[in-house]
Write a protein that binds this ligand. Structure first.
Ligand SMILES: Cc1ncc(COP(=O)(O)O)c(C=O)c1O
Length: 312
């Protein structure tokens, strides 16, 4: 709404992402154009973006997968030259950085998620980071049912009324309290998550090498958010066998994402099988290991032991 996206506008999203990335634009009538990901970080492949630009292209949405930064220098350069807006999906990336700067602060807008799967959460929720002060005035109105209530609270008007479109976007006080308590403990939460991530990475390195399994790639210029630990198995069959092997030991592991371009909605928007081969390949092979703030070292050790007992 802030970018005034119109029906028929085009917005680039990686195919390998959650539906929320595309829905925000689709709800304004935009057509998502699916771009493939880099094989290393699984982030939007910045080298493919320029060829997809048309006169209708309005925005590019880099998703910082697993809280590892997209190649923002290259994306910002293309966006400036082709007059596109960058809207970062930083759902995984709270407090992560690219070249020392926080993710979510590069684009015109950045979106955070506080869904229950995230490092810091309130069940359902999120936040929008406005990096251009010109949007603040209208954002206050859109989030408050299209009214100028914020101005009324500041004493700038003597009553508040309906002045624009909008909805009810603020979190309730109860959810905000739950979030605040976690933000106050963020150093502790992030230290725990870092320890969990590093235990997986060290404990599985040799097994992964021997079994042709790929572990996460974090470029030196990215400080990640320790949001998830994933494995990329050599084949779909091996991935499914490892899921079953873990489940037999009472351990839940999950895969994602189903590529957007081959989903029912993706096909409706012109997606074609084969269009984003790296997304399709990754979607068949990626596995997420149990990862939550209170995962205890003993439990994690038994997850690692169980994986070490599996061969691809
Ligand atoms: C890349 C990405 N974007 C957004 C979201 C979440 O969006 P929402 O908070 O709208 O559920 C998720 C996961 O939940 C995600 O993985």
């Amino acid at each position: 709404m802030l970018l005034d996206i119109q029906p028929g506008d085009e917005v680039f999203v990686p195919s390998f992402t959650f539906v929320s990335t595309a829905n925000a634009f689709v709800l304004r009538g935009a057509r998502p154009v699916f771009a493939d990901i880099r094989p290393d970080t699984l982030n939007l492949d910045e080298r493919l973006v320029e060829d997809l630009v048309t006169p209708r292209t309005r925005a590019v949405v880099p998703v910082h997968y697993a809280g590892v930064g997209c190649e923002m220098d290259a994306l910002l350069e293309i966006a400036a030259r082709r007059q596109l807006q960058i809207v970062e999906d930083a759902a995984h990336a709270l407090f992560a950085r690219y070249k020392g700067r926080y993710l979510g602060t590069f684009g015109t807008l950045g979106a955070l998620s506080f869904h229950e799967t995230k490092n810091i959460h309130c069940g359902e929720g999120g936040a929008l980071i406005l990096n251009d002060p010109r949007f603040i005035k209208r954002a206050e109105i859109l989030r408050d049912k299209g009214t100028d209530r914020k101005r009324f609270f500041r004493g700038e008007v003597d009553k508040y009324t309906w002045v624009d479109i909008g909805s009810s976007y603020p979190p309730s006080d109860v959810l905000a309290a739950i979030l605040l308590a976690q933000l106050e403990k963020r150093v502790e939460i992030y230290a725990r998550r870092r320890a969990i991530w590093e235990r997986y990475d060290q404990g599985l390195a040799e097994w992964a090498r021997k079994n042709g399994v790929r572990t996460p790639v974090v470029p030196a210029h990215c400080e990640q958010s320790y949001h998830m630990y994933y494995l990329i198995l050599p084949s779909l069959a091996a991935r499914q066998r490892l899921i079953a092997h873990l489940l037999a030991a009472g351990i839940l592991s999950v895969f994602h994402y189903t590529p957007l371009h081959t989903s029912a909605m993706g096909l409706h928007f012109g997606g074609q099988p084969g269009q984003c081969p790296v997304s399709e390949w990754t979607s068949d092979r990626l596995l997420r290991l149990p990862f939550y703030n209170h995962l205890e070292a003993d439990d994690q050790a038994s997850v690692i032991e169980t994986i070490l007992g599996f061969s691809c």
